[in-house]
Design a protein around this ligand. Sequence first.
Ligand SMILES: *[C@@H]1O[C@H](CO)[C@@H](O)[C@H](O)[C@H]1NC(C)=O
Ligand SMILES: *[C@@H]1O[C@H](CO)[C@@H](O)[C@H](O)[C@H]1NC(C)=O
Ligand SMILES: *[C@@H]1O[C@H](CO)[C@@H](O)[C@H](O)[C@H]1NC(C)=O
Ligand SMILES: *[C@@H]1O[C@H](CO)[C@@H](O)[C@H](O)[C@H]1NC(C)=O
Ligand SMILES: *[C@@H]1O[C@H](CO)[C@@H](O)[C@H](O)[C@H]1NC(C)=O
Ligand SMILES: *[C@@H]1O[C@H](CO)[C@@H](O)[C@H](O)[C@H]1NC(C)=O
Length: 837
Amino acid sequence: MGFYTFFLLLSLLQAPLFYLSATSDDTLEQGSSLSVEKPNNVLVSPNGVFSAGFSLVGENAFCFAISFMKSSVPTIVWMANRDQPVNGIGSKFSLLRNGNLVLLDAGRINLWSTETTSPVSVYLQLHDNGNLVLYNIRNESLWESFDSPTDTLLAEQKITKDASLLSSKSHTNYSSGYYTFYFDNDNVLRLLYQGPDPQISSVYWPEPNEPSFRAGRTTYNNSKTAMFNSTGYFQSSDDLVFSASDCGVVLYRRLTLDPDGNLRFYSFDEKNKLWIVTWQAFSQPCRIHGICGPNSLCKYDHALGRRCSCLPGFKMKSNLDWSYGCEPVGFNYNSLVNNIQESGFVHLTNTEFYGYDKEYFQNYSLQRCQDECLKSSSHCQAIQFIYWTDTGYYDCYIKTQLLNGHQPYFQGDAYVRLPKSVFSSIENPMKELRLECPQDSNPSLLNRTYEKEGQNRFLKFLLWFAVSLGGVEFTCISLVFCFLFWNRLEDIDKDKQGYMLAATTRFQKFSYDELKKATRGFHEEIGRGAGGIVYKGILPDHRVAAIKRLINDGHGGEAHEFHTEMSTIGRLNHMNLIEMWGYCAEGKHRLLVYEYMENGSLASKLADSNALDWEKRFGIALGTAKGLAYLHEECLEWVLHCDIKPQNILLDSNYHAKVADFGLSKLQNREMPNNSSFSRIRGTRGYMAPEWVYNLPITSKVDVYGYGIVALEIITGKKPTGSQFSESGRMTENHGRLVKWVKEKMVGADSSQTNWIEEIADSRMGGKFDKAKLEILVKVALQCVEEDKEARPTMHQVVEMLQCHEEEKIFDTPKVPDPSCESGLLYFDNTEILLDV
Ligand SMILES: *[C@@H]1O[C@H](CO)[C@@H](O)[C@H](O)[C@H]1NC(C)=O
Ligand SMILES: *[C@@H]1O[C@H](CO)[C@@H](O)[C@H](O)[C@H]1NC(C)=O
Ligand SMILES: *[C@@H]1O[C@H](CO)[C@@H](O)[C@H](O)[C@H]1NC(C)=O
Ligand SMILES: *[C@@H]1O[C@H](CO)[C@@H](O)[C@H](O)[C@H]1NC(C)=O
Ligand SMILES: *[C@@H]1O[C@H](CO)[C@@H](O)[C@H](O)[C@H]1NC(C)=O
Ligand SMILES: *[C@@H]1O[C@H](CO)[C@@H](O)[C@H](O)[C@H]1NC(C)=O
């Protein structure tokens, strides 16, 4: 009986105290509250898209948040108290009579407020755009949630001097994380990493070693504002502009600084109720600072995602969070400093530790560089040893801290100093750990004590009542103050970086005069393509470049559009893509600056009677596939090449293949395959997929088709439209005749097993080739040229199929079929060929 009386009394007594409660409505009136205990106590925008109310963030822990309600799981776009959740009992969000908007924990502790006052009456309203605004009766805004973003920006919401984005700790923990998107004191919009160790902070975007004007930014506009509009066009006062790949059509977008430090633009896919990435600042996540913490290495590939591992001799500091990095096992660098005999070096190829170069020596041998490290008085922990093709010698850098370590997209090596005693215990290969979500799926219980003083008469009465009835226990919980180690942006570590990076995007804007001078007045022509003429040139910093002068057919577009497009392409960075060093957009001139490739194009090498040997051919086929896989998948499948042919596959001095001319066919938007910008057929006869002819949607599979033809050409040395085949005339609509010819040889030779391979292989190889590998390449190529685009593999699958075969050779293992390899290979069936021909 006692309990029921108690609760009955409680609820009766509650009524006058808890003011009026607003229910599903877009407006909160003065003097009313939203209660954490009532799930339907929320504000809903008139269009029903956004809601403002309490969100559960942990066991009995709530934050007041604005959420986007149309996604399958509501998306939090703003939070009042991300670092100090409130109790699930008694907490309220109240608009006080004096005009102050407050968040009260358990009804009493003021955790957050807008600190507004108003002599006239006020009301709080949630708008259709997600903005929560406090108005007075004259409709003047006193406070807006748009002015204090957390990690997300909505359309028309501004980043300003005082409003920056701060990432969340993880996808499940909304408290303040390690990354900030903000206006720096010099008016430039940047990304900053500030790790759990408050000593470590660094700007990582735009490229910190470059003057900001190289990234197309200006420091001269003091207005410090940036926002994107609903079309998907982001514009900042420092001249940064970018647009979503689905610019125009989408209803809801957000720009979020994700917990991994990558800034991503998302569009809402109404059909699947999902957010889709339509732009991101980094396509190589390992270049984001701090991602694996100190003394570790970050590796990324599309198949496995991002992985962190500790350096040899180190172990993880916190199993829950890579941000803390790794610590030495049983040694410290202090004791090594005066003990040269005890030190050795572990060689890590293609590895960079960004930053913290204490000293720098030009033209040093490895031995001299290591000696410098050993005798250095600063705590040398490693050396960075880099060969520069432009100078022709090695440079040596002494590292005093090992941060931002990444592999393998770096053209230089690192040698990590370790005590010799540690060498024997080093595991080889290094143990890699997949980056797990930190284990905060079981959030901690809110642990708070509430002050005893200030209890109002009602509570005293309740206590008395409870005690007198007996059986009700009140637990005191201790109040934990969370101190945020978030240092404001003023003290960014402006540590001087010792060197310019070879492999990071050194993307820059050139003047027309600079390029004219570099090419000696467009003197030496090295190639001609649909888009323009290519000249050889030497840049002011002595790099040899291929400079493409675009024919002015409106291709260039407006200078700022051209800039946006070029900076997206310039960010694509892969060893099998031609590196774009910069561009020029001045008046009518549109020029592109690429690295120069010594061995010209695959087309010229295939035409050469001094033919490529099999090793080179297979390497080129694999490299090309990797380059395309990167374009299609790692970069969100928004870059279609649309003109894969041997003329666009270039070869460096070591015959490594690099795909050229990508991205010029306008950045493709994968959500709109029928994009009108693709209405015009592009490509080259013989390499064009049937989709073009039948006016079907254009997807990345058109490049797969082109690749298949190129692969057949590499094998046979025959052109797809060549006159070597019996019939003559136009290319058949559906299938190139090269494909038909290869299939006929295969089927015809069915009985005599592998003889067909010798028949199709380019006779100029003189029969010197690996039969098994060639057979794989033929099979993969034929899958690629399937008429039905769904039957073609993705470029990523192509790489896997070719690579699986590679690895068998490298490790010289007996041929045990690797199940993971088999799964990728769609087996070729002879009956299918018969049907197809
Ligand atoms: C304030 O805005 C509301 C709704 O937008 C409108 O109905 C009201 O007339 C406005 N009041 C004044 C004083 O402008
Ligand atoms: C967004 O900005 C772009 C570029 O200035 C402009 O073309 C477009 O019309 C704008 N969209 C809206 C909805 O204002
Ligand atoms: C500065 O940037 C703002 C916002 O983008 C723009 O409106 C303004 O014209 C710029 N000022 C100058 C001097 O370029
Ligand atoms: C680099 O060092 C080597 C050996 O010390 C020397 O012979 C060579 O001239 C140096 N090259 C340059 C460009 O300084
Ligand atoms: C989120 O992370 C912070 C800092 O690591 C931690 O103190 C807090 O308990 C976490 N919150 C939840 C709900 O797990
Ligand atoms: C909660 O607070 C109590 C008392 O201060 C303490 O003993 C306990 O360890 C805390 N629990 C957690 C999970 O922090």
